[in-house]
Every structure is written in C-alpha cells, then in structure tokens.
Design a protein around this ligand. Structure first.
Ligand code: PAF
Length: 329
C-alpha cells in the first residue's frame, strides 16, 4: 500500500515536472526596452501591454522589461528590433523619421491644435497608414502612443519670445524636423541620445532640453533645470513596435493579442499623460522650477519666426497631407 502510494506520488511529481518543462519550452521571452522609468507613462504602457498579452496567450509570452534606456538609446533599440536582438519597444518619434521619413510630418512645430486633435489624427487614416510603412523599414509598428506636447527647460533664463532662443544650447532628439526648427529660431540645437542628456545638463555642456511634462516629471529634470517654458511647440507621439522576427513566428491569434495589448497600453498611457498634464506644473513648481507659459500671441511670434522652416517642411512633406492633418476635427 505504502509502496503504491509512493509510486503514485513519484508519478504525479514526474507528470507535473514534465508539464512544467513543456510549458517552459513553449514560452517565448519578449525583451521590452524603453527610455524612462517603470513609474512613467512608458512603464504604465509596458505593464499594460504585458498584462494583456500574458492573459490572452495563457502566459506563452513572458516579458522582461529594460526601462531607463537599459538596452541603449532609442535609435539603438530600433536597430535591435531590425536585427532581432530586441523583441519589443516603446519609443518617442525622436529617431523614427530616420527609418521612415514620412513619419517626420508629425514633428512639424505647432501642427496639432491640442491633444484631442493629435489623438484623432493618430487614431485615424493618417496615423494608421503611417504605421504600415514601418514594415518596409524592418519593424512592425502596432500603435501610436503619446507623451504630450513638448516644452522647453533650461538653466539660462526665461523664454518669452523667439529672441530668447538666440544661441541657446538646446539638446534636441536626433530628429531632423526638430533640428531645422531650432536652427531657424537661432538656437544652437545639439542632437543627443537620451541616455547622455542628464549628464550633459549637469556638466553644463548644454543649457537645456525640450520634452513633455510626462518626461520632465518622471526623469526629475527639476533637479538639473531651473526654467520651464510651457511652449507646447510640438506634439510628441510615441510608438509601440515589435521585431519582425517575433511577429513572423506568431500565429494570427498571438498577433491579435499583441495588437490588442498595444491598443490598451496606449489608452493607459494617454490616461497617465492626462494626469501629468493636470498636475505636472504644480509638481515642478513645488520642486523649485520657475515656470512661464507662452501666450497665444507669443506662440504666433514663434510661428512667424519659423517661416523659413515651414518652407522647408512644405518642400519635404506632401502639402495635401499636412492640410489633411490640420483639417481633422
Ligand atoms: O527626448 C527624448 O529623447 C524622448 O522624448 C525620451 C525622453 C527618450 C522619451 O522617449
């Protein structure tokens, strides 16, 4: 009797062990890289993406997060996707137009009226069509996320108009549209990968940078920057992508799970951005930043000062596309 019991227990353990081994074999690791901390809008999106995919696929995909640029700058991570060393990422539009030039149209300053307008464009025909263009660049773009509107921080002084930009050593993303804009305004744009930015601000090799409130708060830029100008000079989209290696090996059901996860991640991300838009300025004031906001009149002065840059953009991007974007309600 005792012997039978022992054998049974042994068999059960063996069976459980082989089941576990079987499920472990069937699991695929997804390395997910992003530039900001886990408690940022990127982390919120990453967690939601993981949660939905794991639930929809009965845990056949396991996510390993690499927050805070743990896999390098955004350009490096996108290159990792192309060659299959990284499975998934959430990135800003910083370097996207270096891979799909058309994506740069969203980086044109003062193109979007407000978050509602931007979201309607990203969720509509124009946004959807641009997502499909990434496949030819060796990446699978599943959804547009968002960071908010970008604002300028610096240690030199308040910015009340375009003249205050003269000679300002401003870190920009490695983004040709942004670089053109700041050059046209007379600043000294310094394109730099994000992992180098805090050090450069601390050492004073640059005076400032520009990013949305979601980034300024989560990266604690108030510790290294004195002035914040709510310029809202450009909308800052984000994107959720996976590698073709991962995607092409998936069943249609698994692809649907990743797409559903990405869509829900964007909803969570936008919710987080809405909260930071409401509370971020007070938080940054309390942390010691001096905050100014450009009036509509001052924004119009910036747009006038950008006239030569707009001429360049109109040569580069289809004017009908720009008009289609501005016409979206
Ligand atoms: O400024 C940037 O490079 C981006 O906005 C950041 C902070 C890496 C988030 O994607």
């Amino acid at each position: 009797m005792n012997l039978t019991k022992t054998r049974l227990a042994g068999l059960t353990a063996l069976l459980a062990g082989s089941l576990l081994a079987g499920s472990a074999l069937a699991q695929t690791e997804v390395k997910l890289g992003y530039a900001l901390a886990v408690d940022s809008h990127y982390g919120v999106a990453a967690n939601k993406w993981q949660e939905v995919v794991e639930a929809e696929t009965d845990g056949r995909y396991t996510f390993t997060h690499f927050p805070s640029s743990g896999l390098g700058g955004e350009r490096e991570v996108l290159e990792g996707l192309q060659i299959g060393t990284v499975e998934a990422t959430i990135v800003s539009s910083g370097t996207l137009s270096n891979f799909v030039p058309e994506a740069g149209v969203f980086d044109i300053p003062f193109l979007f009226r407000n978050l509602e307008h931007a979201r309607a464009v990203m969720d509509g025909e124009v946004g959807d069509e641009l997502l499909t263009k990434f496949e030819d660049a060796g990446m699978i773009a599943l959804a547009w996320g968002e960071q908010g509107f970008r604002h300028i921080t610096n240690n030199r002084g308040a910015i009340d108009g375009p003249d205050d930009m003269a000679g300002l050593k401003l870190r920009t993303m490695e983004n040709p549209v942004h670089i053109t804009a700041f050059e046209t305004l007379g600043a000294a744009p310094t394109p730099m990968a994000w992992p180098e930015v805090i050090g450069a601000l601390q050492q004073g090799t640059i005076d400032g940078q520009e990013n949305p409130l979601s980034v300024i708060t989560s990266a604690k830029l108030s510790e290294v920057q004195k002035h914040l100008t709510l310029s809202g000079h450009v909308y800052s989209p984000a994107m959720l992508l996976v590698s073709p290696d991962l995607w092409n090996g998936m069943s249609d059901e698994d692809k649907a799970a990743f797409t559903k996860g990405a869509t829900e991640a964007v909803t969570a991300m936008r919710g987080f951005v809405d909260e930071v838009e409401a509370s971020g300025v007070e938080e940054l004031r309390a942390a010691g930043m001096e905050v100014g906001e450009l009036s509509d009149e001052q924004k119009a002065q910036f747009q006038e000062a950008l006239a030569a840059a707009y001429e360049q953009y109109y040569g580069q991007y289809d004017r009908a596309l720009i008009e289609k974007i501005t016409a979206v309600e």
